[in-house]
Design a protein around this ligand. Structure first.
Ligand SMILES: [Ca+2]
Ligand SMILES: [Ca+2]
Length: 140
């Protein structure tokens, strides 16, 4: 007598990381989407490794999750988001092994360095103002 008639799931799930922006400047964030080939049961934010900023607003269920990436301030270092092998699994317990996939890694170029403002003084006007001040002082 068989105890189960369900076919055994031996196919591991895999993921693709995508983003709505590939370039970020100061004040901008990117929404990342994690699309899985099937429903995963144990995917959490800490399964995602990242550098060059912060990751938050983790949401989702089933086979699609999302998070918001905020780049580091005053940085021109590109951000990298990645998911390694052995990070999530399907309901049958098959663990992902696609860490080496190109689509498991996302690179976002970052430039959050605000441009510096150079103020050029109008020397003629400044001298005139100073002379006027001297006059004012003389009159006192
Ligand atoms: Ca599976
Ligand atoms: Ca993949």
């Amino acid at each position: 007598m068989t105890t189960s008639t369900l076919p055994t799931d031996s196919i591991a799930p895999s993921v693709t990381i995508s983003a709505d922006k590939t370039k970020l400047k100061a004040g901008e964030v990117a929404t990342l989407t994690f699309t899985f080939t099937e429903v995963v049961t144990d995917f959490v934010l800490s399964d995602v490794t990242f550098s060059g900023g912060g990751l938050g607003n983790f949401a989702g269920s089933g086979s699609i999750y999302s998070a918001v990436f905020t780049p580091s301030p005053n940085s021109t270092i590109e951000a990298v988001v990645a998911i390694a092998s052995g990070r999530f699994s399907d309901a049958a317990g098959n663990v992902n092994a696609d860490g080496g996939d190109a689509n498991n890694k996302l690179v976002i170029s970052v430039d959050t360095v605000n441009p510096t403002i150079s103020i050029q003084s109008d020397k003629t006007r400044l001298n005139r103002l100073l002379k006027n001040q001297e006059k004012d002082v003389d009159m006192l």
